[in-house]
Design a protein around this ligand. Structure first.
Ligand code: FES
Length: 227
């Protein structure tokens, strides 16, 4: 999920909401997005970003928590669309709903959450629509620095680390057999429900996954990726 080109904006301390609109609007437009049609919500989000700018020195997304790593955090400076295009396209909006796809006429149902959460808190990240998940083929998603394979079994969804513990084969390119996924490289099998395998001390991490209103969510802890 590389950006089309590196972007890094440093906004001056006296930036106003109108300044942000003037910069972000055309920027988002070039990427196929626009501000949410809920204008009060847009003003509320941008006011939060101004506060964050004054406090933390840049317009970080108000619904994301900074890791403290400047390089990593550059990906959540608003508008962060280039860094998360697959995820946003899947849900028709950016995380908080400040930006929605240009063709959407009414963004009222696409408003996100603005709560600040502590590092380590599990956050529900929308990754795709259930309809976009095949029952036989896992999908790979990059959430922050985590490589995650999402597997559909019937109407259930599961998320586990994408990296096989044998030689780091990509489980998202493996084969689904009931509640198991088989690594495409040398055939190690993992239970998607708990990440367990027959090989000692080689289980992979799992992440809570769920479906709401047809959208698949994966819950990941905020902060640096460990799995
Ligand atoms: S890398 Fe997965 S089985 Fe060898």
């Amino acid at each position: 999920m590389s950006p089309d080109k590196p972007i890094r904006r440093v906004f001056s301390a006296d930036t106003t909401i109108d300044d942000l609109k003037a910069y972000m609007g055309p920027f988002a437009e070039r990427l196929g997005y626009k501000f949410n049609t809920e204008t009060d919500f847009v003003d509320e989000v941008l006011a939060s970003e101004i506060e964050i700018l004054e406090r933390d020195g840049d317009v970080y997304c108000p619904c994301r928590v900074r890791s403290g790593d400047p390089k990593e955090d550059a990906q959540i400076v608003c508008p962060c669309i280039p860094f998360f295009r697959d995820e946003f396209a899947a849900i028709s909006k950016c995380w908080c709903g400040l930006f929605i796809l240009s063709e959407i006429e009414d963004g009222a149902d696409l408003i996100g959450v603005l709560e600040e959460v502590e590092p380590g808190t599990l956050v529900q990240v929308p990754v795709c629509r259930l309809d976009d998940l095949s029952a036989s083929t896992p999908r790979h998603f990059k959430i922050g620095k985590r490589d995650i394979a999402v597997v559909r079994v019937g109407d259930e969804v599961f998320a586990l680390s994408n990296l096989c513990r044998h030689a780091f084969g990509p489980l998202s390119e493996g084969f689904v057999d009931g509640y198991h996924v088989m690594c495409p490289w040398h055939g190690w099998r993992y239970d998607v429900r708990d990440g367990s395998t027959d090989h000692p001390n080689a289980d992979v991490a799992t992440f809570p996954a769920s479906v709401r209103d047809g959208v698949v969510f994966v819950a990941v802890p905020l902060g640096r990726a460990k799995a």
